[in-house]
Each structure stands twice: as structure tokens, then as C-alpha cells.
Design a protein around this ligand. Structure first.
Ligand SMILES: Nc1ncnc2c1ncn2[C@@H]1O[C@H](COP(=O)(O)OP(=O)(O)O)[C@@H](O)[C@H]1O
Ligand SMILES: [Mg+2]
Length: 217
């Protein structure tokens, strides 16, 4: 399996929602999919169309799963858990790609730039989440995300209110169409970025936050 981790030191950016969304998107693209849950939130007990691994109280389960799944087809998604620098460092070394979500706030952008610097690996990309439909709000968000370096930009995912359905621990029902479309879109964005990354690898870098902020969009 290819492995993608969704990380970031900032809470509330959509790491858990997007991890479910990406595993579900892989399923909709007829891929086998595993989602590994590592945060403190109560694990989900209900069935999902993707495999669900609860590693909230035992990170070594993620380590074993990454190794065990390496030779399987499909996609494994790891939901990172906020501020755990050692786990983040292990995850970054061990996966094929890391995605850091950024939502509509300058604070998210600052944290993502700091995470890019801290993780210092070309396989770490930023994905803009909750991209607004309203053009005025979009213009504001466009200004916020300007400091993000283009070479680290995976894509934008829209605001979809019904996304919260993916975090509800109720019997699985096919989510609303907008969620299905988002899941397919996210899978294409992630798959495209990973393929591009593996085809045209960027050099390793140790840029400072200031250098990253100065990079053109
Ligand atoms: N694309 C999106 N559209 C609408 N709401 C979203 C989207 N992504 C995340 N959310 C909402 O943002 C909140 C925080 O998401 P969560 O996945 O728990 O973040 P994290 O795991 O980074 O703390 C949740 O209420 C979730 O439903
Ligand atoms: Mg979370």
C-alpha cells in the first residue's frame, strides 16, 4: 500500500475528517483502503467501507500496520494527532507523503509553515481545506495562503458541511453526494500529488520559515 499521513500541529484543520475522507475516496476509486486513527478522540466502532485501525492508545500498532501493509495494493491513511513531534518525525520518515491541512486562518498558515520547516522533508505538502464558495471570502483566504510555497501546494478542497457525517459513529450509510464528490476529489488530489512527487522529486531542503514565506506562490 502507498501510505499518506495527514499531519499538523494545529487542531481543527480537518486532519481526522480528511483522513476518513481520503480512505473513503480510495474505496470509491475501487482501492483497498486502511485508515489509522491515532488521536485522542474516541475511536469509531461502526463499520466503514475501509479498514479502520484504532491506534489511539498504542502507536506501535501504526508502525506494525505500515510495515505489514507495504506489499498490499491500495492506500493507507494515517490521521496524525496534533502535537506529537516524535511520532510526526517517525511518520514523516516512514510514509510516502505527508499532507498538512490549512483552513481559513492566518494562524493555520503560520503553523503549516512551521510544520514544513520542522519536518524538513520534500514529501510534505500543504492542502487547503474548507475553500469557501463565496468569492469575497475566497479573496480573503487567497491572501492568507499567499505565504505558502507553490512547490508544496497539493490543492484546495471545498467547504462541505455534511463532512461531519464521516466522524459520526453511527451505522454506515452512503454519505450525501457532496461528501462523495469531495472524497473522490481528495483522492485524485492526493494521488496526483504523490505521483508528481515520485516522478519529479524535489531536493531535500532546510529552509527557514522566513525563506519559505518569501518563496513565490
Ligand atoms: N472540508 C470541510 N468542510 C466543512 N467542514 C469541515 C471540513 N473539514 C473539516 N471540517 C470540520 O472541521 C471540524 C474539525 O475537523 P477535525 O477533522 O476534527 O480536525 P482535526 O482532526 O485537525 O482536529 C469538524 O467539525 C469537521 O466537520
Ligand atoms: Mg483529529
Amino acid at each position: 500500500m502507498r501510505t499518506i499521513a495527514i499531519l499538523g500541529s494545529k487542531g481543527g484543520t480537518g486532519k481526522t475528517s480528511l483522513s476518513h475522507c481520503l480512505a473513503y475516496g480510495a474505496y470509491l476509486h475501487k482501492q483497498q483502503a486502511v485508515m489509522a486513527h491515532t488521536d485522542q478522540r474516541a475511536p469509531i466502532k461502526s463499520e466503514r467501507p475501509y479498514e479502520y485501525l484504532d491506534a489511539s492508545d498504542n502507536f506501535s500498532r501504526v508502525i506494525s500496520a505500515v510495515k505489514a501493509n507495504r506489499d498490499r495494493d491500495g492506500l493507507m491513511v494515517i490521521d496524525g494527532a496534533g502535537n506529537r513531534p516524535h511520532q510526526d518525525a517517525w511518520i514523516t520518515r516512514s510514509v510516502d507523503m505527508v499532507l498538512i491541512p490549512v483552513t481559513n486562518s492566518p494562524e493555520d498558515v503560520r503553523c503549516a509553515l512551521a510544520d514544513l520547516t520542522r519536518l524538513a522533508d520534500p514529501k510534505v505538502y500543504v492542502v487547503v481545506n474548507r475553500w469557501p464558495t463565496n468569492s469575497l471570502v475566497r479573496a480573503v483566504m487567497q491572501r492568507y495562503i499567499k505565504p505558502l510555497p507553490t512547490s508544496r501546494f497539493a490543492g484546495r478542497l471545498p467547504e462541505v458541511g455534511a463532512m461531519r457525517a464521516l466522524l459520526e459513529d453511527t451505522a454506515w450509510r452512503t454519505p450525501p453526494t457532496k461528501v462523495n464528490n469531495l472524497a473522490r476529489q481528495f483522492y485524485r488530489v492526493a494521488d496526483g500529488t504523490l505521483t508528481r512527487h515520485q516522478t519529479y522529486p524535489l531536493p531535500r531542503f532546510d529552509a527557514t520559515v522566513d525563506e519559505l514565506a518569501a518563496a513565490p506562490l
